[in-house]
Design a protein around this ligand. Structure first.
Ligand SMILES: [Zn+2]
Length: 118
């Protein structure tokens, strides 16, 4: 898209809305005319960039339906990935905070009693 077209779109009384997959459905994202090309090239990467995360992080968020996974290492040395209690379909900001927390097996919030009993 050339500069004249971008200028014309920017001045026009229209709203440019992109759609990207999110846990549980889709999200709308408001675009500037100057962002259209980048968005069209890779909507997922654009959404991730807008939220300050890598595209892979965005994809994990969608694949897990916004469910945070346990970040503890198992005895085999791999990441546990059990569900961390507290909900599903979290928004990206919340999911980023909760992902990598601990499941009940590894000392998550709901196992406080078990911890105290040790
Ligand atoms: Zn775990």
């Amino acid at each position: 898209m050339d500069e004249a077209a971008i200028k014309k779109l920017s001045a026009a009384p229209i709203e440019l809305i992109g759609r990207v997959s999110t846990p549980g459905g889709q999200s709308s994202i408001t675009l500037k005319a100057s962002e259209l090309e980048v968005f069209c090239d890779d909507p997922e990467a654009f959404f991730a960039m807008r939220h300050g995360v890598a595209k892979e992080v965005y994809q994990q968020w969608v694949e897990t339906e916004g469910t945070p996974r346990c970040g503890a290492k198992t005895t085999q040395g791999v990441r546990c990935r059990n569900v961390v209690s507290g909900g599903i379909q979290m928004n990206l900001e919340r999911w980023l905070q909760e992902d990598g927390g601990f499941c009940t097996v590894h000392g998550g919030a709901t196992s406080a009693e078990a911890r105290n009993g040790r």
